[in-house]
Design a protein around this ligand. Sequence first.
Ligand SMILES: [Zn+2]
Length: 286
Amino acid sequence: MAKAIVTGLAVLIGCGVAEQTAATFQLVGVVGGVVRVEVPDSTSEVAFLGKPQLLLGSSAVLAIPLGTESGLHEFAVIPGEPGRAFGVVEVVAKDYPKEYITIEDEEQVSPSAKTLKRISRESQLMRTAYARFTAHPQDLVPLVLPAEGRKSGVFGSQRFFNNQPRKPHSGLDIAAPVGTPIKSPAPGVVVVTGHFFFNGNTVMIDHGGGLVSMMCHMESISVQEGHAVERGSILGTIGTTGRSTGPHLHWSTSLQGERIDPEDLMRVVNSSYDGSASGGEPADVE
Ligand SMILES: [Zn+2]
């Protein structure tokens, strides 16, 4: 069956007849989120918004960065097959919440010229890591939450620091006591460790296929650049380093150099997970 897999907020339109009519895939997704589409096994690349997308076996995960214009955007399946060579994603806007945060250290709201230089250097380093596109992951599913705790901030919220507007929140915040372990959400390679002005102690992991995780505000870091990690490997512990108002983990997920919603990514990537792959719980009864 040629059918597109779409879950949750994504809605499938006019599927199930692709074999007869050469109809295209048509999907709906929100800005800041992802959509998943089933593609032929022979697919070597799926291109969307000018970039190759993450391939997971016989499906592709298409990233819709914040700022993508609402409306129809085409994607291409390479090499194509009759009726399955391309499709369309209808991108719809999403109302993200507003968040007002008070920061006591004014330098962290309106940094000095010297600090701005440091921030610029650090941003460049992170951008380079986010731009990585290594081999597609073989064992990404299930993607697991990197820490246990209370969800204290969602992706995409419009942030105001001391009433001054700043960039939308680029990840998911999980609040938990200092020292709580932070685990790798999936296998990968550690590509950045360091202490950064805004992000504090930070670890970045390349999971492959353009998917890169970043963990921020850590108390301690227990991995080194170049280390391979497994799903669940301890990366360090939760802290409140950098621009932070209390102990929490900030987890960013990036696809093709653009931050996307970690919760949406987990929901979509794990949507076909039946619990039988490595890392899943065995069934206790037949
Ligand atoms: Zn955060």
